[in-house]
Write a protein that binds this ligand. Structure first.
Ligand SMILES: C[S@@+](CC[C@H](N)C(=O)[O-])C[C@H]1O[C@@H](n2cnc3c(N)ncnc32)[C@H](O)[C@@H]1O
Length: 329
């Protein structure tokens, strides 16, 4: 038994979502080479290590120094044996990292469990949540500049409004951007509580609404501060060439913006989008269409896999999770 077996999987304070479903979707065997793009508390990493065994290897990325530091001690034995390597980088750099290591085209499986971990949300100091008082920070990578306070206090009104609309799907984006810009000229925002209570005070929504009026704005700021959708696009664009034939890519999303991006990317990579276009406009045979589409792979299940009732009851944060899996031809 390694040290990682002696700690409960949520010793980091994070309960892994769709744990067995995701790892078994990769179809790994002993000796496989696999990448966990989102180490977090190491829940998926731990099961991946078991699946690939002593002859296999796991490469685990996270841009949060806190996750890397936790894993250095939780998985010290696996790191020492060379079974696990930790990489403190954004997963948009996966393709360049793997290519530089000469491993492109040799990977059996890649997992990305998107979004934030529970401690990122729960530790007030990290500044992600309007429920926990702290500096208005929201950076996953605390070693890089650019906090949520910087954004809220310096972005122009149009830019803030666009962020609230595009990343928070906030219908009152313009209203909130205007009020925030007016207020920050008097006193800049510095804490989560200041912003949350300001938004609550100036919210046009009914106070009986179940959702806090700052929910969408906090999601939007978090996505913008961490360039989450840009990261996802760049990661997906580089992922398929890293896989060997039959290798699989599994992505867990937590909101519709992410899920749409993954679904769209898979539709492009499987040739579904192009096949639909060609089928509509041109009289071609199936064989001609197949040749023109040049699919890179196939989607493993026709619908996204979602957590069951028992998982959601035990871990309400799992409720919006959706797992999509792609297999390379
Ligand atoms: C939902 S948690 C992963 C939890 C993990 N699967 C587990 O079982 O404990 C997401 C993690 O991904 C990291 N992360 C999010 N976006 C990232 C990115 N673009 N590059 C690297 N790490 C990222 C976050 O810092 C966080 O630790």
């Amino acid at each position: 038994m390694g040290p990682a077996d002696q700690i409960p999987s949520n010793s980091y304070g994070h309960v892994t979502v769709l744990l067995r479903e995701t790892v078994s979707a990769l179809g790994l065997v002993p000796g496989s080479l696999v990448v966990d793009c989102t180490l977090g508390g190491g829940g998926h990493t731990k099961l991946l290590l078991e699946a690939v065994g002593k002859s296999g290897k796991v490469l685990a990325f996270d841009r949060d120094p806190m996750a890397i530091q936790h894993a250095e001690s939780a998985f010290s034995r696996e790191i020492a044996s060379g079974q696990l390597s930790l990489v403190h980088k954004p997963f948009s750099e996966l393709a360049s990292h793997v290519s530089t290591a000469g491993l492109a085209g040799t990977i059996d499986g890649i997992i990305a469990d998107l979004g934030v971990s529970s401690p990122q949300l729960d530790i007030g100091e990290r500044g992600f949540s309007f429920l926990n008082e702290g500096p208005l920070d929201m950076r996953m990578d605390t070693s890089r500049p650019g906090t949520a306070a910087d954004l809220v206090n310096t972005a122009d009104e149009m830019e803030l409004s666009r962020i609230f609309r595009d990343f928070g799907e906030e219908p009152m984006a313009r209203h909130f951007a205007k009020m925030i810009c007016r207020q920050r000229a008097v006193k800049p925002f510095s804490t989560t509580a200041e912003l949350a209570s300001f938004v609550e005070k100036h919210s046009p929504y009914s106070s009986k609404s179940r959702r806090h009026p700052a929910t969408r704005l906090f999601q939007a700021l978090r996505i913008a501060v961490n360039d989450e959708l840009g990261e996802l696009d760049r990661f997906l664009a580089g992922a398929i060439p890293l896989l060997k034939k039959g290798g699989r890519l599994a992505v867990i999303t937590f909101h519709s913006l992410e899920d749409r991006a993954v679904k769209h990317f898979f539709a492009e990579a499987t040739g579904k989008s192009k096949r639909q276009q060609l089928g509509r406009h041109v009289a071609l045979t199936e064989t001609e269409i197949d040749r023109m589409v040049a699919a890179k792979g196939q989607v493993v299940a026709p619908y996204p896999i979602e957590p069951g009732e028992a998982e959601v009851a035990a871990n309400p944060r799992a409720r919006s999770a959706r797992l999509r899996v792609f297999e390379k031809f």
